[in-house]
Design a protein around this ligand. Sequence first.
Ligand SMILES: *Cc1c(COP(=O)(O)O)cnc(C)c1O
Length: 388
Amino acid sequence: MAEFKLADRLAAVPPYLFAQIDKVKAEVAARGVDIISLGIGDPDTPTPQFVLDAMRTALDDAANHQYPSYVGMKEYRTAVSDWYKTRFDVDLDADNEVVSLIGSKEGIAHFPLAFVNPGDLVLVCTPNYPVYGIATEFAGGTVQYVPLLEDNSFLPDLDAIDEATWEKAKAIFINYPNNPTAATADESFYRKLIDIAKAHNVIIVADAAYTEIYYDDANKPLSILEVEGGKDVAIEFNSLSKPYNMTGWRVGMACGNEQLVRGLGKIKENVDSGIFQAVQLAGIAALRDGEPFVAGLRDMYKGRRDLVVNALQKAGIKCNIPDATFYVWSHVPDGYTSSEFVTKVLEETGVVLTPGNGFGAPGEGYFRISLTVNDERLEEAVSRIQKL
Ligand SMILES: *Cc1c(COP(=O)(O)O)cnc(C)c1O
């Protein structure tokens, strides 16, 4: 038998931190326990009907069956640009400052290939979506993790990063509203980060996947591109996945600095051939006409959020009330590590939570609840936790 050794870059991927939880979950399920998973952040309600209709119509047009353009249809990029104007009052040139993505994960994963050379230093705020660090390492970059601590509202302490590090850094990954901590960033934070990035020639890679999942209409999450100077140094990744329940469709966008967008486009030109045009046309419908749908979605998640937060508080579990995202980031009770607590809850109640340390070391002492299950199951889950 031939033996095929994995490339070093794959061998270096950290072990899957939720493997232990999956094992316990299988054991508990085998006992016949009704499992309720609050683990995965994937919308449970369907894509809106008008988006399905746009897709059906687009399917019947044979012109959509051919290779799409790798940067995205002009109409799609224009719909993104119009949406950014309406939502954030940001002007984007659809030809040079927008590129379509096969989901934002695809773009985030490819971005370092365009700008990170082997040995380049990249700062990654953590706890975090794992793709930032892994994609950097695939490109040969060196990751330095920057902790997001509750004392600093889960923002990176920019003053704690020394000048020499800023000088060496090629890029910094940030994500607000944040998964998993549910924190948001204000304008003063973005201003300060933009100033530093300009002074040291650092790329800001902003993952904005949750800007539309918010709970306070008077205090909507910002795009870094609406902050003065943002477009000089930042590329922002956004996605139709969360606001329009389109995680399975794989449609997103990267916007912002022209050089950064063009660089990413150059990688994509060589590795993929864009998004199925029928999906782009469905995406255009979502971006143009989706706001009433998203407003309803926010109400739904808000009800779930309040249900969970109240139940946790009654159970004596300390949690932050999220202003955005569909996650609740909560402290584990005293005397437990994240893994111990999540394992105990799973073994004794069948409820799956995500241990905070799975997102990076500063997540130790926390667990994450995802609000992407219906009220009835959510109530059942929290009542089981309360009894425990
Ligand atoms: C869900 C999510 C995304 C979006 O992923 P898609 O590939 O667009 O579906 C990006 N970043 C974070 C942090 C997420 O949680």
